[in-house]
Design a binder for this molecule. Structure first.
Ligand SMILES: [Zn+2]
Length: 139
């Protein structure tokens, strides 16, 4: 069972061997995507091998930070006490300019401003020394 103290704390990502470089990139202001030098596939999130061809010749390159809202949902009921002050908020499925889609949240405006295909741009929210979260605002 989760303690009352933990329930009011937002869960944070835990960087591991595959994702540490991604989190370091966000800390340094860059959203890193993996590019396969064999087949050209671009992927998010980080993995040891290419999801298209299975090989491991992957390099990290910074994304432009531009994308479009592929889909979204507005959350009205907080999933837990830690998110109570945030509702309503929009969860986005952003299609990045480079191709991959990523789940994030909308910031810098009311959730009812979000529309399908809306142009969005990356904005970074520093949580602590290790974690910076990628979020998106209207372009
Ligand atoms: Zn590949």
């Amino acid at each position: 069972m989760i303690s009352a103290e933990d329930a009011i704390r937002k869960p944070l990502p835990t960087p591991d061997a595959d994702t540490a470089i991604f989190w370091r990139g966000l800390h340094d202001g860059r959203l890193l995507l993996q590019h396969c030098t064999d087949c050209g596939h671009v992927q998010y999130y980080q993995q040891a091998t290419c999801r298209a061809c299975g090989r491991d010749n992957l390099v990290h390159r910074a994304a432009s930070g531009r994308g479009k809202v592929h889909s979204f949902s507005v959350v009205h009921r907080a999933p837990g006490p830690a998110f109570k002050a945030d509702v309503p908020y929009a969860v986005l499925l952003v299609e990045l300019e480079e191709g991959p889609r990523m789940i994030s949240t909308f910031t810098g405006g009311a959730p009812d401003e979000v529309t399908f295909d809306m142009d969005v741009v990356l904005t970074l929210q520093t949580i602590n020394e290790e974690i910076t979260l990628p979020r998106f605002r209207k372009a």
